[in-house]
Design a protein around this ligand. Sequence first.
Ligand code: PSU
Ligand code: MN
Length: 307
Amino acid sequence: MPQRTPWMVLSDEVQDAVERHRRPVVALESTIIAHGLPRPRNLRVAEELEGIVRAVGAVPATIAVLDGRAHIGLDKAQLERIAAGEGIRKLGHRDLAPAAAVGASGATTVSGTAFLAARAGVRVFATGGLGGVHREWTTTQDESADLRLLARTRVTVVCAGVKSILDVPATLQRLETLGVGVLGYGTDHFPGFYIRDSGEPVDWTVHAPEDVAVAMHAQDALGGPESALIVANPVPEAEQLNPDLHDRVLAEALTACSREGVTGQAVTPFLLDHLVRHTEGASLEANLAAVRGNVALAARIATAWSA
Ligand code: PSU
Ligand code: MN
């Protein structure tokens, strides 16, 4: 049963679906909407993603914090507030309690969204890319809280890998150390977000939503640590960024980043913006194609899981 508190509000539709087990539910991350996509297109994308979930017969639960309270499922006006971005912070799971204290509003990252989805009784979650280990980790110790949260939260996350601006092999190594299972969906290679193949192998390949549901049931039946399951779903081949263009522009972006002395939280937005501008928007289209594919697959997994 979902653990409702004054700080966590389920929309009527989501609450009904979760409590009665009548309809599958898919949690959707909001950071991608507020901080990952250009306005005003981000609002149309947010609505489109909810529509993709509904088209499969599942209930979308976009998750965000408004005025200190976590919302699982947003209405139109709430979604518009998140997309407008005014005073909308970026909230990981550790930020939820402080946000409640000061009545802050924010979009939730993978860690914040997965944490809230699990508390609300929503098992399946779709996003674009996970946070991970940053390339300059040895000096900055910058590893996203996403990874450790997923090591102790029972959700199934559908993603297109991690953005290539991160250290992909190191991120996969951390997931192994943390004991988080990774399934390649129709692939034996970890996806590279904008491109189908990061060049890194994955140990397990599945081919159908039902296979993922079996893995989820096995996780529960076997017991043990309440870890997540990652479903790594590559962007469709026709919609991927040209891999040569990707490699060249990423190398230029990384050089520009260190030349201009960009550090800390500013690094990711800098690199992503550089990619969008220097691929004439093609990286944005590949990003959107990956997210759409993940949301559709998550809806099918949630349906197989609730069957
Ligand atoms: N990966 C992306 N784009 C993003 C994010 C991840 O390709 O916008 C967001 C997600 O919300 C992810 C968060 O959970 O960034 C990780 O941020 P941090 O590294 O600060 O934990
Ligand atoms: Mn970080």
